[in-house]
Design a protein around this ligand. Structure first.
Ligand code: PHE
Length: 335
């Protein structure tokens, strides 16, 4: 009897080892035929049961049945393992690598001035403004005349214009502010008008920490019926809260611009209580409305203008404007 039981144990051990060693589904199918098929050792043993004495047959028969069950389980378990591995390989092969085409190098980004410009535009567009742009080379009329700068008025000098050698002397210049776009917009569109005009402006200035001969402004212009100074203050305050956050507030301080009456400086208060001067604003002067072909009896409006570069400076805590112009990628790549 021990000889038969030994044979069963050997057949079982051998079958389990072969099933475990199969490394592909195909190999496993062959192993299955070999260890459980009609020619297999265990099936041979089952066939030979008839030749055994009845009392031996019972024990060996039981061992054969257990062995066949165990071999069947082992084959099934190995099949599940191989299927899972197969599936993993197939999924890996079919995986869509969405980063495949991403550049390996560090990606570039917008210049901090451009980023500030775009964020400002976004906030104003969110408040219902449209974006208008105008030329960087302007006529004296659009830059000064239409904006109510009197002939020979010192304010013209205060803007330190860069004149362009074109047409009559003193007729053409690099715009000193974005305000000429107000006049262009009024001439091109009937009110109501709600626009912001971002752009590059130019003044004769020696570069230092807070001045550059080229800088960026964003101008706002609203013309509608019954627009008041309260609307100006409210609009600017909503802008400040939308752009900087609810913990910021704003104030107006009396000032003077030829193209607005009354005029004001516009400051923003940071949560720590300190003030940041942002720019100028005021109610559009009736002479400017007339220059823009708009009847001051029917329409009124306000305008504001502030420097964009200063936003980037404040936002990033940089204290020298010139750094932003350095073109040094070691500096610019920090932002
Ligand atoms: N254009 C003015 C400047 O450059 C700013 C400003 C715009 C003031 C609109 C009032 C209204 O200083």
């Amino acid at each position: 009897m021990t000889a038969e039981l030994d044979a069963v144990v050997r057949a079982r051990t051998d079958a389990l080892a072969k099933a475990a060693a199969a490394s592909t589904a195909g190999e496993l199918a062959a192993v299955e035929t070999e260890v459980l098929g009609r020619q297999s050792a265990i099936v041979e043993l089952r066939r030979s049961l008839g030749r055994l004495e009845p009392e031996v047959r019972k024990a060996v028969g039981q061992a054969v049945n257990e062995a066949m069950g165990a071999i069947g389980d082992a084959v099934a378990a190995r099949r599940r393992e191989l299927d899972a591995a197969d599936r993993a390989v197939r999924l890996e092969a079919e995986r869509l690598d969405l980063t495949e085409f991403a550049p390996r190098r560090r990606r570039g980004h917008l210049h901090p001035f451009t980023a500030a410009w775009e964020r400002l535009e976004d906030v104003f567009v969110g408040m219902g403004f449209e974006v208008a742009e105008g030329p960087e080379i302007e006529t004296e009329w659009f830059n000064f005349g239409a904006l109510n700068f009197p002939e020979g008025h010192p304010a013209r000098e205060s803007q330190d214009s860069l004149w362009v050698d074109w047409g009559a002397p003193g007729s053409t210049l690099l715009r000193t502010h974005t305000s000429p776009v107000q006049v262009r917009t009024m001439l091109a569109h009937e009110p109501p008008i709600y626009v912001v005009c971002p752009g590059r402006v130019f003044r004769q200035d020696t570069p230092d920490a807070t001045h550059m001969p080229v800088f960026h402004q964003i101008e706002g212009l609203v013309i509608d019926r019954g627009i008041s100074l309260g609307d100006l203050a409210g609009t600017l305050d909503s802008f400040v809260k939308a752009f900087f956050g609810g913990e910021f507030s704003s104030r107006l301080r009396p000032s003077y611009f030829p193209f607005t009456e009354p005029s004001a400086e516009f400051d923003v208060q940071r949560p720590d209580g300190s003030w940041l001067e942002l720019g100028g604003c005021g109610m559009v002067h009736p002479n400017v409305l007339r220059a823009g072909g708009i009847d001051p009896e029917q329409w009124s409006g306000f305008a504001f203008g502030f420097g964009i570069d200063r936003f980037a400076l404040t936002r990033h805590g940089v204290d020298d404007l010139r750094e932003f112009w350095s073109g040094d990628s070691r500096f610019l790549s920090q932002f």
